[in-house]
Design a protein. Structure first.
Length: 342
């Protein structure tokens, strides 16, 4: 098993950083939407993150599936530096990662962290880890991994770096078709939009790449999808989602999964400058797609009554809604709520 390098600087050592991340989770557990999280599940999240320093991240939180009534949201966390990520991994070495599969995963992340510090500092702006609820419940911390490429870098260099990064993280070869499709997306987008995150849903055993495309806007999304060969651009449900998003959201972004072609399921991410517009969007979404849910209504509205609470310089933060579209299935709505450093 690979070990993390010795930590000799006081400011880099988790033993000196004071509060742990779980202190914020526990502080807010009875506020707003977080009080609806299943208590047994919440305790499993705490167990997973026990000992992780609060200093490792400026944002962490939950992905709420708003169609569910038993609330067990996925957990996600962002890192902006190799040192932050190293301090996140440090508590896991002698705790949870004892199953052979987990040891292999930890080894891969340690190798990635070392390379981030040595060779990818100018390539990577940030990374995200997402832990699915099923893995959290089994004490098996498999993860999905995303990284933010340097937006000023040459696009071919990003594609080549993506291959190397994900082969390090997953310990598997990346399909060349996915990389060719990534390069095609860059060529079609040109300078009008950016790919802000490139990910792989490693925890779910999916081999393609997930792209987060920003600055495209709801009016240009159909044209882009058509240009890369998406078969359902004219579907009425997708058009309704985009129309609703354009009506209320201040920013509308696109998520796609690619292999040799774009896969059927896509995501429409909606950000809001005005909380009232976010509520109107939510209410209209429920009416338009006939998915009224008193539980999710209480969940969303309770956030806006509690968003100003602060603990240890972190505040409750609503990031965005995400609509998942899959042809011939009802669209699903997710809310991303967490804790942001002030």
């Amino acid at each position: 098993m690979v070990s993390l390098p010795d930590i000799t600087k006081k400011e880099d050592n988790p033993a000196f950083v004071g509060l742990c991340l779980v202190h914020v989770l526990e502080k807010f557990k009875n506020f707003g939407p977080f009080k609806h999280i299943n208590e047994d599940y919440f305790n499993e999240v705490i167990s997973l993150l026990e000992g992780v320093p609060l200093s490792v991240s400026d944002y962490f939180g939950y992905e709420f599936h708003l169609q569910e009534t038993k609330l067990e949201p996925d957990f996600l966390i962002c890192f902006h530096s190799p040192i932050q990520f190293r301090n996140f991994l440090f508590p896991f070495q002698n705790k949870i990662w004892k199953h052979p599969k987990n040891i292999q995963s930890l080894d891969s992340l340690i190798k990635f962290q070392t390379n981030w510090e040595i060779k990818w500092k100018s390539t990577i702006q940030n990374i995200w880890l997402e832990f699915d609820k099923n893995d959290i419940q089994t004490n098996n911390p498999a993860f999905s991994f995303f990284y933010g490429p340097n937006l000023k870098a040459n696009k071919l260099e990003i594609v080549l770096a993506t291959k190397e990064i994900f082969e390090t993280v997953t310990n598997q070869s990346i399909q060349s078709d996915s990389l060719k499709k990534l390069l095609e997306c860059y060529k079609i987008l040109g300078e009008q939009a950016v790919i802000s995150q490139i990910g792989m849903m490693h925890a779910r055993g999916e081999s393609g790449l997930r792209l987060f495309i920003q600055k495209l806007g709801p009016n240009n999304i159909p044209l882009f999808l058509q240009s890369i060969g998406y078969k359902y651009v004219q579907d009425g449900t997708l058009m309704n989602i985009l129309s609703l998003s354009a009506q209320f959201a201040s920013q509308v972004d696109l998520d796609i999964d690619i292999r040799e072609e774009i896969l059927d399921k896509i995501g429409i991410e909606c950000y809001f400058d005005d909380p009232l517009r976010a509520i109107h969007f939510f209410n209209q979404f429920q009416d338009l797609f006939n998915c009224q849910n008193e539980f999710s209504s209480n969940l969303v509205h309770s956030y806006f009554l509690n968003q100003h609470h602060v603990s240890n310089d972190f505040k409750i933060w609503f990031s965005h809604f995400k609509v998942t579209y899959l042809p011939n299935f009802p669209p699903k709505l997710k809310a991303y709520l967490g804790f942001k450093k002030q």
